[in-house]
Design a protein around this ligand. Structure first.
Ligand SMILES: [Zn+2]
Length: 420
C-alpha cells in the first residue's frame, strides 16, 4: 500500500468535520462504500437498481433529489476503469447551500481511504454514514506483538487502541527443574536445544503472520523474565522483523494475556513511535531557525514568499493553523486580490471583501474563492516539488512548532540575507 501522507489525512479529517454537520431535508443523502477489486460495472448496476427503487419515494422533492444524486454518482463512476487499491468512498446529496442556507445544492465527495474499505455499503439516509471512514483513518499504524516465555508465545496485532491475538503456540519445553537421575549438564543442554527449537518455530510463525498476513512496520516483543531478550538477541527472526523491533516490554504473562498486557505497558513506546517521525522534522526545523543563516523561515508571509520563489524543501503546517485564503476576482475587469484570514473572521472578511469596490474599475462585482491555507500551500508545493507535512498540535514538539506561527519552511538554499 502506498504510504498515506499527513496532508491526505488532514483533508479527510477536515471533510469528516464538514460531513458530520450536514443533515438532509429528507431521507436523501447517499453514502457509498466500495471495497477494493469490486468491478465498476457491478457498482453501477447496483446504483441503477437503487434508482429504480427510488421511484417509489412519495415526496416529489426527495425522489428527485435521490435520483439526481444517483445519476451524478453513476456519471462520476463511469470515469473509472477500475477502483483504487483501497476502494472508494462516496457521499452525495442535496445539502444547504453555503451562500444561501435556504437554497440547496448537490454536493459530491469522493474519498480514496488509506486502508481498504471492508465491505460494500449503500445507504440513503437523512445524514451521511461516516463511521466506517472514521475507523479507516483511525488505525494509522498496526504494530505486531510477540509475547513469549519458555512455555508459550502469543502473536497479536495492535491497531489504534484495539488489540487482537492472532495465534498462540506452546513450546513443549519441559520445566526448569530436572528429574532425579539426569545429569545436570545433560539436562541443561537438552533444555537449551528445546528452547532453541522453540525460538525457531516462533520466528517462523512471526514471519508468516507479520510479513505475509498482516504486514507490519513495527514489532514489540514482550513477556516475563529474560526469554524475550534471549529471543531478540539471538537473531532468530527474518531480518525485516528483526529491524522492525521498536522495543522489549516486560509483562507478567506470555501468550494471549501477554499480548493484551503489551498494549497497556507498551503505551508510551507506541505513542512515541507515532511522535518520533514528527519530532525529527520539528527538531530539524528548530535547529535551522536557531542557526545564524539557517535554512528555515517561519510565519505565513516569509513561508509563502519562500514557496513562491521555489525555495522550499519541506513545509510544515500545524493542524491548528485554521487559516483561510480568500481570493477575489473582479467579474468586470479581472482584477485579482487575495487575503489571508483566521477562521473566526472568515465570514466577516468575506462579506467585507464583496462590498469593497474594485480599485481598477470601481465596480463591486466580485467572485470570491475560499480555500484552506493547507490546500493552497499544497498546490504551490506540488508545483515546485516540495513536501508538506501536517504537524499534530498535541505533542510536545507540535506545541513548540505552533509557537513559530503554525507554518514554517525548510529551505533548499540560503536566501540573500533576508530570512525573516
Ligand atoms: Zn474591476
Amino acid at each position: 500500500m502506498e504510504e498515506y501522507n499527513s496532508v491526505n489525512l488532514y483533508k479527510i479529517k477536515r471533510l469528516l468535520k464538514e460531513l458530520e454537520n450536514i443533515s438532509g431535508r429528507g431521507t436523501e443523502l447517499i453514502s457509498l462504500y466500495v471495497p477494493p477489486r469490486k468491478p465498476v460495472y457491478d457498482v453501477i448496476n447496483q446504483l441503477r437498481d437503487e434508482y429504480g427503487t427510488a421511484s417509489n419515494i412519495k415526496s416529489d422533492q426527495t425522489r428527485t433529489h435521490v435520483q439526481d444524486a444517483l445519476t451524478h454518482i453513476i456519471q462520476k463512476l463511469k470515469l473509472y476503469r477500475q477502483f483504487p487499491d483501497t476502494g472508494i468512498i462516496i457521499f452525495c446529496g442535496y445539502v444547504p447551500s453555503e451562500i444561501n442556507p435556504a437554497d440547496e445544492e448537490l454536493k459530491y465527495y469522493e474519498i480514496v481511504p488509506p486502508r481498504p474499505v471492508p465491505t460494500y455499503l449503500y445507504r440513503c439516509d437523512d445524514h451521511f454514514h461516516i463511521d466506517i471512514l472514521k475507523s479507516l483513518i483511525k488505525e494509522e499504524e498496526i504494530i505486531g506483538v510477540i509475547s513469549l516465555d519458555t512455555s508459550e508465545a502469543g502473536f497479536g496485532i495492535i491497531s489504534g487502541d484495539r488489540v487482537e491475538t492472532v495465534e498462540v503456540i506452546t513450546s513443549g519445553v519441559g520445566s526448569k527443574h530436572r528429574q532425579g537421575g539426569q545429569s545436570a549438564r545433560r539436562f541443561e543442554r537438552l533444555r537449551e536445544n528445546e528452547i532453541n527449537d522453540f525460538f525457531h518455530r516462533v520466528a517462523n510463525h512471526a514471519k508468516s503472520i507479520f510479513i505475509d498476513q498482516y504486514p507490519i512496520k513495527s514489532l514489540i516483543i514482550s513477556g516475563p523474565g529474560m526469554t524475550k531478550e534471549d529471543f531478540y538477541k539471538g537473531d532468530y527472526m527474518d531480518y525485516r522483523l528483526q529491524q522492525a523491533v521498536i522495543g522489549l516490554v516486560d509483562t507478567g504473562y506470555a501468550g494471549e494475556e501477554g499480548v493484551r498486557e503489551t498494549l497497556e505497558r507498551g503505551e508510551s513506546l507506541i505513542e512515541n513511535l507515532r511522535l518520533v517521525k514528527e519530532k525529527k522534522r520539528v527538531d530539524r526545523f528548530i535547529v535551522e531557525t536557531t542557526k545564524k543563516d539557517g535554512l528555515a523561515v517561519y510565519g505565513l508571509n516569509p513561508s509563502l514568499n519562500a514557496i513562491k520563489a521555489g525555495n522550499a524543501e519541506l513545509i510544515l503546517i500545524s493542524e491548528d493553523l485554521d487559516m483561510y485564503r480568500l481570493e477575489a476576482t473582479c467579474k468586470n475587469c479581472g482584477y485579482q486580490t487575495e487575503k489571508y484570514v483566521n477562521e473566526p473572521e472568515l465570514y466577516q472578511e468575506r462579506a467585507q471583501m464583496s462590498q469593497t469596490s474594485c480599485p481598477r474599475c470601481g465596480k463591486s462585482l466580485w467572485s470570491i474563492k475560499v480555500e484552506d491555507v493547507v490546500d493552497h500551500v499544497s498546490d504551490l508545493a506540488a508545483q515546485i516539488g516540495a513536501k508538506v507535512e501536517i504537524i499534530s498540535s498535541k505533542s510536545e514538539s507540535g506545541v513548540m512548532f505552533k509557537s513559530f506561527g503554525g507554518i514554517g519552511v525548510i529551505l533548499r538554499y540560503r536566501q540573500n540575507g533576508i530570512n525573516n
